[in-house]
Ligand binder design. Sequence first.
Ligand code: ASP
Length: 454
Amino acid sequence: MHYKVCKFGGTSVATTEKIQQIEHILSQDTTRRCVVLSAPGKAPGASTKVTDLLIAVVKKRIDGSDAKTELDSVRKRYCEIYVPLGIAEAKVLEAVSILEKRVAASTADSAKYRDAVVATGEDLSARLFAEYLSCKGTKAVYISPQDAGLIVTANFGDAQPVEGAYERLAKLAAKCDEAIVIFPGFFGFTEAGDIATFSRGGSDLTGAILAGAMDAVEYENFTDVDGIFSANPNVVADPVLIPALTYREMRELSYMGFNVLHEEAVRPVMARKIPIRLRNTGNLKNEGTLIVSERLPGERDIIGIAGGGRFCSFNLQKFLMNREKGFGRRLLSIFEDMGLSYEHCPSGVDNISVVIDQDQLRPESVNNLLRTIEEQLAPDEIKVEFGIALIAVVGEGLLHKVGVLGQAANALSRAGVNIKLANQGSSELSMIFGIDAIDEDRALNALYAEFFSK
Ligand code: ASP
């Protein structure tokens, strides 16, 4: 039997009412038998996510100070959510004692310590929710990532599932035949038996890994928004909701700052063409956004307008650069040797630019880069530009549509936005423009008006 994997994010497990809503959602569809839960997020009267409280606990313990306030807040959160659901306070406190033990452990290996403590937010959500369903007479079972075989690399704070994990996790489907499986998001166990978390927001990844391993019918990702919008609603007024998009479009949009779903969560489901549906826990009437391998052409070629980040561009000029073999390779290897990754590398006849994320730079980085580039490549001129925003027009329709670049460039010029660089990759899935960061909101609104409001 194939099931749906349902992941509920932090705000969806943050209050008693939300937990009841999850129970209701599961009862609506008998194929929803594998549930992945986050740690409680923000809620009215609780302005800090449990994960952030736990990160604060770790910091204090490592600094040698007392983390009682944060621990009390965590304890209070779980009691406030689960006691009104009929779970005895002693039971909730018994679950929380797992956290207390982990907090009291040695901090000698700080990365390992951090992950063991921080992962407990998800672990407690899963244990207590399974308890709640059982109390209500629903057959449900908490399953630990260790027992299920979610083995991950020992990159604490940024772990990845190991090769064999999928095969072992496939056996979860048989468990779902017997009971609703409740699984904590965000972490796995290393071969050595230590807890290791994914990067922040990693419960999305747990859901995707389980969906991929179990060959799920669908991966339903429940959150607190109706789905993915065609532009950032904080910048563009009332952007349309995207009904369906492809994995590739999703990847482009999340690269450009659409962070509704963890960046890595597409990969585990893509190979098996498992649809991901992003939807709102609190608005079931809305079917959300579907992410699939192929979408219908629909009425729009362009699916989204995205923008974000702060980038800087190293612009090199050298007469007859095109004849100098290995120039580009040597240039990029200078960035690589300094541990910097590059985002784009547009080039002309005698010029080439390397665009990198500004946040990677340390105070000495630019000086050292310029020095090494001058020494090794002797350009006629090299200039650095900071504060560039990248904005993108994304859509499978770019492949066959003529004139989109011109249309976008015209819209930007009418809005008085100067284009510093333009880049269309060979996939023809997105068109990226580099502009002054200060023009970003104006540019996004101009492009949205051009492609969506007409
Ligand atoms: N609780 C973790 C975080 O806040 C993981 C997650 O919710 O996905 O990053």
